[in-house]
Design a protein around this ligand. Structure first.
Ligand SMILES: *Cc1c(COP(=O)(O)O)cnc(C)c1O
Length: 411
């Protein structure tokens, strides 16, 4: 095993060796071993502190060890954690009611991981297609976007165009059509009588925080409504405060038919995901047709309810909006100094590093040495998505560290 930094301590090394030897190598983590976290900061096994600018891919939007969320979890841990949906539990009703209200819908299908929410959305859309729209048996198709990321199951990777995500995992699930992201006319052209849904990330996260043209999502809404096709917004990463709004769709005044939610819905404590829509669509699923042993469990519902109540005040959304403007203004000043482009919305920035200067990975390793944790995506892009509770001064400091790293690399 090789470590890419000189500063790895014996304690870190010991932890990394165990992981490398006995955990499957499906990730390539930075060589930092985190032991605890508080707010936007994490501490490693040697007591060094880092500003977490990834926030577990936005699953930790409300901060590590958020006291309100921890209280909700602890209280529920002492009562009951799992009943299965064979019985009712006293947490699920309030959770789904308040989540539906937050989303302006009337029904919630609770699951656990994001990929399960996507899979559930696909099943709901197909069932709606056959039972409501009248699509011929097994003929349904769903339109997806080039450059998408919706998770890692065999069906979901079937419509990915990332070769690493697909290679040697076939055969793939049919029934998907890919069109260029941001191209509403291509969606319209791809729709036929068997199209049941268009599945879109309102902002593509894993692709590098790619924001589509402002008229794209409104055009998709118009087309899908007119052609009787469901508009499914995968807001698993973009939703729940990250972009300065409850949903990224809100930024352009669009209401999809189904929201897919996950990541931050579990408050960074437990996987909680959901499909949220109206009963004329979600109501097609009847008992026995879909399920999950853990979906809607009382611990998940209690934490999810606490998350929804945080979002219901709008404070996190406003904080992400204000801090995000500051972050992106600061980052814009780095353009031409090792940065080629900056994209984003709210407290979510994709930064294209000049590939001549360094890879995204090299920048992230240098940032780590300076106490900032960030993650590269697609070669030369790094993303910044700190917990929304981050202090403005800490955010400024992180950008200063990036500036220093770029200056060093330009050396
Ligand atoms: C992370 C993510 C998923 C998958 O979520 P998991 O919880 O990792 O299964 C799906 N869609 C988007 C947009 C994501 O960012």
């Amino acid at each position: 095993m090789t470590l890419s930094t000189t500063s790895t301590t014996p304690r870190q090394f010991a932890a990394i060796v165990l992981e490398e030897e006995h955990a499957a190598h499906n990730y390539h983590p930075l060589p930092v071993v985190v032991a605890s976290g508080d707010g936007a900061w994490v501490t490693d096994v040697d007591g060094r502190r880092y500003l977490d600018c990834l926030a577990a891919y936005s699953a930790v939007n409300f901060g590590h060890s958020n006291p309100v969320l921890l209280d909700a979890a602890r209280a529920q841990l002492g009562r009951i954690t799992l009943t299965s949906r064979a019985f009712h539990n006293d947490q699920l009703g309030p959770f789904v009611t308040e989540l539906a209200t937050l989303a302006g819908k009337d029904m919630v299908l609770p699951m656990n991981t994001g990929a399960e929410a996507v899979e559930s959305g696909i099943k709901v859309a197909r069932a709606w297609g056959y039972r409501v729209k009248g699509v011929a048996p097994d003929a349904a198709n769903i339109i997806v976007m080039a450059g998408n990321f919706h998770g890692r199951t065999t069906t979901i990777i079937s419509f990915s165009d990332d070769e690493d995500a697909r290679a040697d995992f076939g055969p793939f699930t049919p029934g998907f059509r890919t069109v260029p992201y941001g191209d509403a006319a291509a969606i319209e052209a791809a729709i036929d009588e068997n199209t049941v849904a268009v599945l879109i990330e309102p902002i593509q996260g894993e692709s590098g925080i790619v924001v589509p043209p402002a008229d794209f999502l409104p055009a998709v809404r118009e087309i899908t409504s007119r052609r009787n096709v469901l508009f499914i917004a995968d807001e698993i990463q973009s939703g729940l405060g990250r972009t300065g709004a409850t949903f990224a769709c809100d930024l352009v005044g669009v209401v999809p038919d189904l929201y897919l939610l996950g990541k931050a819905l579990g408050g960074g404590i437990i996987p909680v995901s959901a499909v949220v829509g109206n009963s004329d669509i979600l109501g097609v699923i009847q008992p026995g047709q879909h399920g999950s042993t853990f979906g809607g469990n009382p611990l998940a519902a209690a934490v999810g309810l606490a998350v929804v109540r945080i979002l219901a005040t709008g404070e996190m959304q406003e904080r992400a909006r204000v801090l995000g403007e500051r972050l992106r203004a600061d980052l814009a000043e780095l353009i031409g100094h090792g940065v080629v482009a900056v994209r984003g919305a709210g407290l979510w920035a994709g930064i294209d590093i000049d590939p001549e200067l360094a890879s995204g990975r090299a920048v992230c390793e240098a940032l780590m040495e300076r106490g900032v944790l960030a993650k590269d995506t697609h070669g030369s892009t790094i993303r910044l998505a700190p917990p929304i509770v981050v202090e403005a001064a800490d955010l400024d400091w992180a950008v200063e560290q990036l500036r220093a790293v770029l200056t060093e690399l330009a050396g």
